[in-house]
Design a protein around this ligand. Structure first.
Ligand code: FAD
Length: 506
């Protein structure tokens, strides 16, 4: 991509400042009633004996090397000082790790890419061990090119980098640096959702390390088919996924048109999202990526064929003047070069939440106004971004056709909101937390008042107090509980896992 376009993208789409600091929004603790049989130090020493490879087990005393691994978490608030970080290099080593943690009663957290921004989910403080899966990062395309086996420690840019030159891709993340493991467990919103459902609807099999250390392969038609189904919604409640076998499909070039609109067009833009959902989004090859910022709305119109001015995007074309950020025909890798540039790591903390509603143009405007009112009170230096994700009814339909999942989606067009706040000053934590709570409460109430509520909460963008599993409905929750009881009878993943969307919190 030419440097001029790249710079324009950086300027128009960048929302994350780069200053460094460490902030901590409230950390949910694990189950403190469980007796810890050995000190964390003893457990870490035992892990060090067992995992002998380079950086197998890292201690804070390892200095910069340890810090490099600690800093893999996307949000600075999530970079907690674990007693040690273990880096297994195979499912067999993950099995060894889980056996040691289980036998010693040591708390742990599991991290793939570390992009979840809830402190304590893919991170843990000195009370436990961080199991980092970043070494499980192979992508292996089958010889018939119909499936690919993908390690959870990959970033999506690595996965597409391995597959796209072979003419195929998988349903995965929209931003290059995001991790595979967590995105897949949480559903996974891609550029192909309207046509192919969520990422986890496209899994052929999962390799999972269970609480007792056994390594199983779960697919739709084998003896672990219940576990396979459970992993389409039940997330981290059953075991550690050490490989995802995904169905592939041929991929060519896309038409990409990224635009910025003025703030005085914001209301029309928000209404246009509803219009797109009612008409344009019925074209399964279309996809949009939106951020509404203080400087105005930005959108990437992406069409899964290199055509000019696809009719699907008429609602946005009709808005009139705009600033072009980028317009090109290119591969998925080119698309990632555009979206990846939006995000910088640095010591910036991020936190956000989610909610879902039925299509309603007026509500789109009302909700954004609530966000603007609340974020006007943000402390200096903090900033917010409003991210509507228009979801077609077909996402639920395709999910059912591909074997079904446990998230209880209704087959209607819907809006999955993601909004987030970034900040760099540790002392602002409480103020940001309070504002976050108010945004979700007020938006949820406004949605209910317009009779537009939908219960679903998108795992991948949900906040720490949100009842994600509960939003799937009681039947699905009971299924998840039954599968967890079968595969983790000792409740290791409930009692020892630091935090997450766990059934122990229901
Ligand atoms: C910049 C950015 C862009 C994003 N874009 C998208 C997008 O396009 N589509 C989308 O759907 N989401 C997106 N997300 C959200 C993203 O899916 C979540 O943050 C997700 O958790 C990232 O996966 P990860 O591997 O980094 O997860 P982590 O933060 O490592 O883990 C998340 C949770 O899953 C658990 N977990 C992770 N791996 C495993 C495993 N192998 N076995 C068992 N438990 C595990 C962790 O313990 C933790 O509870 C984005 C997030 C960011 C910050």
């Amino acid at each position: 991509m030419p440097a001029s376009i790249r710079n324009a993208v950086l300027t128009a789409l960048s929302v994350i400042p780069t200053a460094r600091s460490v902030a901590h929004i409230p950390v949910r603790g694990g189950d403190t009633t469980l007796p810890v049989l050995r000190s964390q130090q003893d457990t870490c020493n035992q892990l060090k004996q067992a995992l002998t490879g380079v950086n197998g087990t890292l201690f804070p005393s390892d200095g910069a090397t340890y810090e490099d691994f600690e800093e893999e978490n996307y949000s600075a608030a999530c970079r907690l000082p674990a007693a040690c970080i273990v880096n297994p290099k195979s499912a067999q080593e993950v099995s060894t790790v889980i056996k040691i943690l289980s036998q010693t009663g040591t708390k742990f957290a599991v991290r793939s890419g570390g992009h979840n921004y809830i402190p304590g989910f893919a991170s843990i403080n000195e009370t436990g061990v961080l199991v980092s899966l970043s070494n499980l990062n192979t992508t292996v395309l089958s010889t018939d090119k119909k499936t690919a086996k993908i390690g959870p420690g990959n970033r999506w840019e690595e996965v597409y980098g391995a597959l796209v030159p072979q003419g195929v891709t998988v349903v995965g993340g929209r931003v290059g640096p995001v991790g595979v493991g967590g995105l897949m467990l949480g559903g996974g919103l891609s550029y192909f959702a309207t046509q192919r459902g969520l990422a986890f609807d496209n899994v052929k099999s999962y390799e999972v390390v269970l609480a007792n250390g056994s390594i199983v392969n779960a697919s739709a038609n084998n003896q672990y088919s219940d576990l396979y189904k459970g992993l389409r919604g039940g997330g981290p409640n059953f075991g550690i996924v050490t490989n995802y076998e995904l169905y592939t499909f041929p991929v060519g070039n896309f038409s990409v048109d990224a635009r910025a609109y003025n703030t005085n067009q914001t209301d029309d833009f928000l209404r246009a999202i509803a219009e797109y959902q009612q008409e344009g989004q019925l074209d399964p090859l279309s996809s949009v990526s939106i951020q509404v910022l203080e400087t105005g709305p930005t959108i990437m119109l992406l069409y899964n064929e290199p055509v000019q001015s696809a009719k699907a995007f008429d609602a946005f074309y009709n808005l009139g003047s705009y600033t072009s950020i980028a317009a090109f025909n290119g591969s998925l890798i080119d698309v990632l070069a555009l979206t990846g540039s939006r995000f910088s790591t640095g010591n910036v903390s991020t936190y956000g939440e989610t909610f879902t509603h039925k299509v309603n143009a007026d509500l789109n405007v009302d909700l954004y106004n609530i966000f603007v009112e609340e974020t006007a009170n943000l402390p200096s230096g903090a900033s917010g971004a409003w991210v509507p994700n228009p979801i077609a009814a077909s996402v639920a339909t395709v999910g059912k056709q591909y074997g079904g999942n446990l998230i209880g989606l209704q087959e209607v067009p819907q809006q999955w909101y993601e909004w987030f706040i970034t900040w760099t000053d540790l002392t602002q934590e409480q103020a940001i937390w309070n504002i976050s709570q108010r945004i979700t409460q007020r938006c949820t109430a406004a949605t209910a008042a317009k009779n537009a509520s939908l219960p679903y909460l998108f795992t991948n963008t949900a906040g720490m107090e949100q009842n994600v599993l509960g939003s799937f409905g009681s039947k699905n929750v009971n299924t998840i509980k039954a599968i967890a009881a079968k595969y983790d009878p000792g409740q290791i993943f409930q009692k020892l896992q630091n935090d997450g969307f766990l059934i122990r919190k229901l």
